[in-house]
Design a binder for this molecule. Structure first.
Ligand code: ADP
Length: 494
């Protein structure tokens, strides 16, 4: 295969895995309950998935604990061999990528090429972090005469991973790759809204040769299975990607249970700043891509478009023209040329429609869009608002839909201060041809990622995470791996 992107989608792919995965076996949940899984593009039922709960989480944690026992095959495994397993997982994912992507399209509604893009990132991480396993090294410390000291990294133990529905496979890869690279065992709970590609991991980890109990997957709801993970006394770290609201709950649960470590990747209201020297023709398109990516269902979407007053009117006009054209590219995610699929479900769609109404009521100007599309499926028109003020809900709250609020500014300092006046601090982009303006802004913006003349740029080596209420800790990069390990200091008297 030259490139995974040349593959063709499989409509109505067979859904083979709907059970929990514990100790390298697919099993039913104890209660016998199931969760109905919908296709958001058609609103039809795809299948029923076993509904995990506390008792199932307990079993999974026990399996993971056993896998982490001193002298277990996983604990004794040479790091280079751990790396080979990760590399093998990359090969398996690559081989099966057309099927995984097709299941993702059916379950989540994102276009096939977007699903492949997510998968390609997963593959690159498994390869990169496979190579990292035998390169995790401590330091020799500068001790007084007669003593010698060094540091060593240990796995935290059992990782509880809770993932969202917007990038189901990709975020499962992030959590798994870091847990495994650093030698942990995992209990992973995918979102109840899109668990199907995560459940496929069971077959993959068996084929790759992971010992039983190292990876366990428990589909279930947040307040039941999710809470059982966050409150569990035998889980050492919860790594979570999702809403800031649930992030608060998770940190509290850690505090009231066993002070487990938390890595939280939460919401954002990221700024896209367009300086007056920017190339309007190009930037209009990029600003909209950055806002509408994954139908707006992206924590790192750049959803406050700040535009310099000198170019504001032209920018708004061109953005509205573009969004009207993009309307034709919203639809059946299996169809070639479709850029944006549906929102994930009715609840999210209602929330977005409510925010669009609030924008109109609070005095923003609806330039285009603002309505539902198609009879079936949770589709919304690409929507552009101008005359947006900072205190409007559409400028403050995470919309998680295809809605672009365009905001006017008159100086770079003002844009930076307004960009920073948010409870979030996940990302920001600055578009300018003035180098010192770019560096000035990059330095002053309070966010975990700053891109200059680019959006959403990342590589396997780049750490990702948020300032303020956008999160705690980082994912990926060396900084990400540190969150999945304990540092041990060993001192020897000579
Ligand atoms: P979103 O994906 O829309 O940002 P959430 O933050 O609600 O939504 O969900 C992300 C993940 O968190 C999902 O897997 C969900 O089941 C889980 N979750 C929701 N509520 C809780 C909770 N109280 N405790 C633990 N996990 C939860």
């Amino acid at each position: 295969m030259d490139s995974i992107f040349d593959q063709k989608p499989i409509r109505n792919p067979e859904i083979k895995r709907t059970q929990l995965f514990i100790n390298n076996e697919y099993v039913d949940c104890v209660s016998g309950k199931t969760i109905e899984i919908f296709n958001p593009a058609t609103e039809e039922t795809i299948c029923w998935v076993q509904e995990g709960d506390k008792v199932d989480v307990d079993k999974a944690v026990e399996a993971a604990r056993t896998a982490m026992k001193r002298n277990s095959p996983w604990r004794k495994m040479n790091p280079a061999n751990r790396g080979k397993i990760l590399a093998k997982l990359a090969d398996i994912i690559e081989r099966d990528s057309a099927l995984i992507a097709s299941v993702e399209v059916t379950d989540n509604g994102k276009p096939f090429q977007s699903a492949l893009l997510d998968i390609s990132m997963g593959i690159s991480w498994f390869r990169y972090y496979g190579g990292y396993c035998d390169k995790i090294e401590g330091r020799t410390l500068a001790m007084e005469d007669g003593k010698m000291g060094f540091t060593k990294y240990d796995p935290v133990g059992v990782v509880g991973a809770i993932t969202p529905w917007n990038f189901p496979f990709m975020i499962a890869c992030i959590k798994l790759v870091q847990s495994l690279c650093t030698g942990n065992a995992v209990v992973l709970k995918p979102s109840e809204l899109a668990p199907l590609t995560t459940l496929m991991f069971g077959d993959m980890v068996i084929e790759a040769g992971l010992p039983p109990g190292v990876v366990n997957i428990i589909p279930g709801f947040g307040p039941t299975a999710g809470a059982a993970i966050t409150e569990h006394p035998d889980i050492n770290l919860v790594t979570f990607t999702g809403s800031t609201e649930v992030g608060h709950i998770i940190q509290t649960a850690s505090g009231t249970s066993n002070l487990k470590r938390v890595v939280l990747e939460l919401g954002g209201k990221s700024a896209f700043i367009v300086g007056k020297t920017a190339d309007i023709e190009k930037v209009v398109q990029i600003a909209q891509d950055a806002c509408f990516v994954n139908s707006g269902q992206t924590c790192v979407a750049l959803t406050r478009t700040f535009v310099h007053e000198d170019i504001y009117d032209e920018f708004v006009r061109k953005s509205a023209d573009l969004a009207k054209k993009t309307r034709d590219k919203v639809g059946d995610p299996f169809k070639e040329g479709i850029l944006y699929g549906p929102q994930i479900d009715q609840t999210q769609t209602d929330k977005i429609m409510d925010l669009i109404e609030s924008g109109k009521k609070e005095g923003a100007k609806l330039e285009c869009g603002g309505k539902r599309l198609n009879d079936k499926g949770f589709f919304i028109e690409p929507t552009v608002f101008s005359n947006v003020q900072d205190d409007m809900r559409i400028a403050k709250e995470e919309i998680f839909g295809p809605v672009q609020p365009i905001i006017k500014f008159s100086s770079i300092d003002e844009a930076i201060d307004r960009a920073n006046s948010s409870i979030y601090g996940l990302a920001a982009s600055v578009f300018t041809n003035d180098l010192s303006e770019a560096l000035y802004a990059a330095n002053a913006l309070e966010s975990g990622q700053v891109w200059v003349n680019d959006i959403m740029a990342a590589a396997p080596c780049t750490p990702f995470g948020g300032y303020k209420q956008s999160g705690i800790g980082r994912e990926l990069g060396w900084e990400g791996l540190l969150g999945y390990m304990e540092v041990k200091t060993i001192i020897i008297k000579i």
